[in-house]
Design a binder for this molecule. Structure first.
Ligand code: NAP
Length: 471
């Protein structure tokens, strides 16, 4: 596909191959952007910011609503693109498209709700004859950098609110999975987004990222990706607004009163979907000792039953990882844990980019599969003694994106919600659950700022204060 820069679909002789993670075949190519392309994208986006700012909220509502309808219309085509470039199974890809339809629909609604508030200035000493109100205005140019693992919906979560708030946006999709974002750009243009208000630039983040993030024409950066790239972007950004949606090693606490059948279902659903490559995947299961053995017996056959294969085949339950090097990394972390005394109960094998669904018991918190973000299809189970110890282990990480607990005890559940430092907390389900309308984002080194269109629109707009000095 071509990239969309400067109001045109551009081809380049310097191209990057987009590979199918299942069999490594080339499914398409995209241009490798140069510094000149970055400059063209940003100068066009600066013009686009002026153009879209002049549109009404109702105009933007109509455009985004139309884009959501078109997305729905093209959903089977888009689901296939997602599976081909990302490797997730086709049912998960269809679900991602339906979520992106939701995200754009919610963004459309928010375009009508940008508002300020009256400020009771007469409450300030000596300000009795003043009145004031706030005006919410767009930021201007938004740079949206997205990761590979949800190549459509995480782009929609940035572009939808950015346009709803009246900004222009420059999308930089992940190099592994640029096709869904380019197709979404086509759809947004077809729906009527003013041409200079959207750009989709392809190429390595390491080539173009610094230039995009440090440019003074950009007012807002919204980034989803790894912690280290996020930190680099923050340093390069300087005096700009930034939203950071970063990684995690999400914990799930299992108390002795948990329904173990439901727990096993939840761990399978939240630990292995998209081959574990979800920022809020269940990675660390912290199970209290009285139910530890029983949990492992209930869970093992469920993990064994996850079959792998061609993600386009409706019968496949888990596809490949994005690249073989990632599968090799996961294998080495699992081997390292095994050498240090953990027990691999299910899986542990690798074939190319496929890493088998893996369950590991007796994991120590200091092992890499527990204390760093694994981002692969393995779940680590650690025995623990009390709710205090479980909460302390859950918090013993620099991440804080999502966490879960299984219990019927209200006191334990609320204690978990109050004391575990994570942006999303799930009672009686695993940490990997998200509705697109909810505020979503991490604490600690999992980032800052919230997504979810209602909340992202706030992050992508600014407040002006207007004061009337009455005589
Ligand atoms: P990544 O390697 O950090 O890449 C994310 C994006 O950043 C890509 O578009 C990448 O481009 C770009 N990039 C790389 N270097 C850059 C630079 N110097 N300046 C600007 N941009 C740069 O992450 P990933 O492997 O795609 O995704 C996995 C990570 O994302 C995990 O850590 C996961 O937890 C996190 N994630 C978080 C959330 C959340 O909501 N919190 C959701 C999904 C994923 P290239 O592809 O060209 O390198």
């Amino acid at each position: 596909m071509k990239m969309y820069v400067g109001g045109k679909w551009l081809e380049k002789t310097d191209k990057l191959e987009v590979l199918n993670p299942f069999d490594n075949t080339v499914i398409d190519t995209v241009p490798r952007a140069s510094m000149d392309d970055v400059d063209r994208a940003l100068s066009t986006a600066a013009e686009g910011a002026k153009a879209i700012r002049r549109t009404s909220g109702y105009d933007r509502f109509l455009i985004l609503k139309k884009a959501a309808e078109l997305l729905e219309q093209y959903s089977s085509d888009l689901a296939r693109i997602i599976t081909l470039e990302e490797g997730k199974i086709i049912s998960e890809a269809r679900f991602e498209v339906s979520r992106a339809v939701q995200t754009l629909t919610l963004s459309a609604e928010e375009a009508k709700r940008l508002s300020g508030e009256m400020v009771p200035l007469d409450g300030a000493p000596g300000a009795g004859n003043r009145m004031g109100f706030t005006l919410r205005i767009p930021c201007g140019v938004v740079v949206a950098i997205s990761p590979f693992n949800f190549p459509l919906n995480l782009v929609a979560h940035k572009v939808g609110p950015a346009l709803a708030a009246g900004n222009s946006v420059v999308i930089k999709p992940a190099t592994d999975t640029p096709l869904s974002a380019l197709r979404l750009t086509e759809i947004l243009l077809e729906a009527g987004v003013p041409q200079p208000a959207i750009q989709c630039i392809t190429g390595y983040g390491s080539d173009v990222g610094d230039a995009l993030c440090s440019d003074p024409r950009v007012r807002k950066i919204t980034f989803t990706g790894s912690r280290d790239v996020g930190e680099r972007i923050c340093r390069k950004a300087g005096l700009k607004k930034v939203t950071m949606e970063l990684g995690s090693n999400s914990p799930l606490i299992i108390m002795p009163d948990a329904d173990l059948e439901k727990v096993s279902q939840a761990i399978v659903a939240t630990g292995y979907s998209n081959a574990g490559q979800v920022c809020i995947s269940t990675q660390r299961v912290l199970a209290l000792r009285p139910i530890y053995e029983e949990l492992i017996s209930a869970l093992s056959p469920q993990v064994e039953s996850i079959n792998t294969g061609n993600p386009l085949d409706e019968k496949t339950k888990m596809g490949p990882m994005i690249r073989e090097k990632e599968a090799i990394r996961v294998q080495s972390w699992v081997e390292e844990a095994k050498q240090a005394g953990a027990k691999v109960l299910v899986g542990g094998e690798r074939k190319g980019s496929f890493f088998a669904p893996t369950l590991i018991a007796d994991v120590k918190p200091q092992m890499r599969i527990s204390c760093e973000e694994l981002f692969g299809p393995a779940v680590a189970v650690t025995p623990t003694g009390t709710i205090e110890e479980a909460i302390s282990l859950a918090n013993d990480t620099h991440y804080g994106l999502s966490a879960g607990i299984f219990t019927q005890n209200l006191d334990w559940a609320l204690r978990f919600a109050r004391e575990v430092d994570a942006g999303n907390l799930h009672i009686n389900w695993g940490p990997q659950w998200r509705a697109d309308l909810m505020p979503y984002g991490g604490l600690k080194e999992s980032g800052f700022g919230k997504e979810g269109p209602k909340y992202a629109v706030q992050e992508m707009s600014e407040l002006k204060m207007v004061v009337l000095h009455l005589s």
